[in-house]
Design a protein around this ligand. Sequence first.
Ligand code: AMP
Length: 391
Amino acid sequence: MFNKKTIKDIEVTGKKVLVRVDFNVPIKDGIVSDDTRIRAALPTIRYLIDHNAAVILCSHLGRPKGGSEAKFSLKPVAEYLATLVEFPIHFAEDCIGDAATQAAGALQKGEVLVLENTRFHVEEEKNDPEMAQKLAALADVYVNDAFGSAHRAHASTEGVTHFLPSVAGFLMEKEIQYLGQAIDDPKQPFVAILGGAKIGDKIGVIKNLLTKAETILIGGGMANTFFAAQGYPLGSSLVDNDSIEVARELLQSAGARLRLPVDVVIAQKIEPGAETRSMDMGPIPDGWSILDIGPATVEGYAKVIATAGTIVWNGPMGVFEVPEFAQGTLGIAKAVAGSNAVSVIGGGESVAAIQQSGLADKITHISTGGGASLEMLEGLELPGVAALQDK
Ligand code: AMP
């Protein structure tokens, strides 16, 4: 199924191996506050160290403006990594240039070097060949293990593959296998659950999933645009006016396979302690907004989920960050966790929601990549993967 070479298919012993990881983790006051992505990269790093390679890690972090910015430094991540492993972790103040070249040159087998944020150079996002070549010059082999960045053709994800033998890491392989199988060869019935704020980014996903899934359960702010297409007054609810027409077309072409909430939770304010009302779907009063799916919807969706063979979920069912509007998302999380289906949760907010529910260990696969998993659900090829050597 996954037809790219991995680190198991090539010789890495004694080699300098440049690994693109996704260390784009949240950092508060210089301390890593969620280490999921760092831990997810460990199998690849450990394999390379166990096979006597010298490992050079590169990643982006946040959205620096193109120059060096202390708050986006990967140094705290390197320090954190050092607490997880028993081999030496070095750090270079730049990802290319003298600092990187010297540190990479001095690196020994069995050691790791973490390079500073690739996005401290504007050339990274421009996929500049010169930057890619400089990165490549640090190593003998390139490994892409950054699933979360694989949908971007940048110097460290795509450009570099033009200058080095390039293969996938274990995280990349695992992500593509689970998501790819769910989409291309799902155990039927295949049920997709889509939520989140905006429908705009997910129209391609809905269109592609309609060719594969038996049922698509819609929740979150996204449902509002479908309600607008059906002609409901929606009060102050979030609506994507530019997408109403395409929402109407989707409703027509999908028929009963696209399910919308039958009841909703509304409020005048999005804040803890706000007065809420639960109502069957109908005209929303002025000044009120739809902020969650209601209990009857959770019950109906749970029945569909219970019969599924494969479930893919992306996006919360409501404003789950506020406890008053979290019940819908939690209810769906419980239903997905309780099902016997192969369940895959696409990155970002839905992962935060499943972790908040304490049910993460009941899910078959939780993706580390939001944007990348959405592009896979849309049926698009990821440039960072396409560029790797075929088996
Ligand atoms: P996304 O990044 O598109 O998956 O959107 C996630 C965000 O959607 C979360 O932060 C939720 O608070 C938000 N969201 C979910 N449902 C609604 C809603 N009904 N109205 C406004 N925002 C929502």
